[in-house]
Design a protein around this ligand. Sequence first.
Ligand code: AMP
Ligand code: ZN
Ligand code: FE
Ligand code: FE
Length: 282
Amino acid sequence: MAVDLHTHSTASDGTETPQAVAELAAAAGLRAFALTDHDTLSGLASAGTAAAAAGIKLVSGVELSVDHDGVKIHMLAYFIEPGPGPLQNELAALRAGRDARNPNIVEKLSEMGFPLTMADVEAQSSGEAVGRPHIAAALVERGYVANNAEAFDRWIGDNGPAYVERARLTAVQAIELTHRSRGVIAIAHPFTIGVEAQPLLNLLGELAAAGLDGLEALHPNHSAQMRARFVDIAASLDIVATGGSDFHGEGKPGISVGSGRGDLDVPDSALEELRDRRGRHH
Ligand code: AMP
Ligand code: ZN
Ligand code: FE
Ligand code: FE
């Protein structure tokens, strides 16, 4: 059987509720799935109820946007339970950083001739982690751009004229906080790290030495060749080769829970190996 270790819901920037994501995961025939919303655990309770009803296991997860020596990386922390805790408490600070940053992007856009308010942005979100995907949706709603891709490409992407940085953890801080919260942590979609091959290997080696547990080798944006290469790299670093669809509902059309674009198949063993790593740390 298969698993999916990377999904998003309306708790952050997905368009399906946590309950609906659980139902889609069960309908896909998965044994387990991880809900990994950005900077929030608020979808996990209702996802867990729906998962139990549908006979599928839920892994409690969260996706973090971190920095390592000026390189931006996404990480997926697993087995992080809602409630107080080292990483859990930090998530509230990260969300506060979003809430401080978002109005600055809105102001820049308004100055550039695209009048927009935070109310427009909040109308695009029903969760607690509000960010650029919701700003993009508000720009589409106002008719300033044709779609989310244009919003990122022209205005709010990492190098765009209306981009404003927000507070981030470093990768090493994320690893330490995750382990203190009795979790394990993997690098998400390494293809997006965007550095040359050797610097990427150096970076992965440094983070493996700092306690990184896994590398998301299987992802819809990775070609078959990249998947094989990242599986090999994970093995060489003695970390777990993980995988997931990065499902966002209509926010990322064409991606299904479990199967991604149709060719994703993440083995049960990936989750078992993460559980083993957790057992070794704790
Ligand atoms: P934020 O965390 O609010 O700064 O927003 C970052 C999120 O925006 C990422 O997690 C992606 O889901 C999305 N994103 C970033 N760059 C792009 C892009 N070029 N096109 C589409 N979505 C993007
Ligand atoms: Zn997202
Ligand atoms: Fe990501
Ligand atoms: Fe994601």
